[in-house]
Design a protein around this ligand. Sequence first.
Ligand SMILES: C[S@@+](CC[C@H](N)C(=O)[O-])C[C@H]1O[C@@H](n2cnc3c(N)ncnc32)[C@H](O)[C@@H]1O
Length: 265
Amino acid sequence: MSDAAGAATFRTPAEAYDRHIGRYGRELAQALIAAAGVRAGARALDVGCGPGALTTELVALLGAEHVAAVDPSAPFAEACSRRLPGVRVERASAESLPFDDAVFDVALAQLVLNFMTDPPAGVREMRRVTRPGGTVAVAVWDYAGEMTVLRRFWDAAVALDPAAAVRDEGRSMPFCTPEELAALWSTAGLEDVRVAPAVVGAEYASFEDLWQPLELGVAPSGAYAAALAPADRAAFKAELRTRLGAGAAPFRLTARAWIATGRVP
Ligand SMILES: C[S@@+](CC[C@H](N)C(=O)[O-])C[C@H]1O[C@@H](n2cnc3c(N)ncnc32)[C@H](O)[C@@H]1O
């Protein structure tokens, strides 16, 4: 996936992200922290922190002075820094982390690996800054399977326009299957490699509540919806509403992520 269609779509106001994928962030962060075995007293790095969903949960467990975070998106890094005073937040990419070797007990990345320009380099950097015996762990969506809102989104898009298949994150995103993740972790020299599913959820007040942030252009899905011509966007909106079976009433959607963990030798 090119930067233009991927990472670049996160240079939007943090609030747009909060109302789209950010809704799933807290539950997913709790699952990632548990899978990585993060305990009080640890020093943690959040790679690709966004507006701070995982950073917030790390601060609650470890205290701000034990947490650092990086993100290349200026509005997201600024939002994370503003929301979490005391956390060292840097504007930086996974592929070039601004930290010395072995300074963290755990390096985590939530919904970031597949957006990296060079994921193997990003994982190597996460390993470099983590001490021997520490943990490198990520969560990625099961885009091709049970990440409900995005699966329905791309199925609706392709049903109306077969050319949208190249934008379907279930096809375009690398390192989003258990097999690819396990191979990447092993190639990076990590030990005790595990990949497991985590199912999380988000609440919506109505279909409009789900739709509105998409028009703000955040994430590859929002960028797709926002770029449609008005008539195509109206048709797509109706198709998505039908496929979700959603209307004016509140509803909850679930989303499956894969969590990969490994120990630094
Ligand atoms: C889907 S958001 C996830 C944000 C946050 N981790 C969360 O769970 O809410 C993806 C994030 O990855 C960041 N990102 C994109 N390319 C990156 C890279 N090469 N290194 C680190 N972060 C990157 C984006 O700026 C964005 O904040």
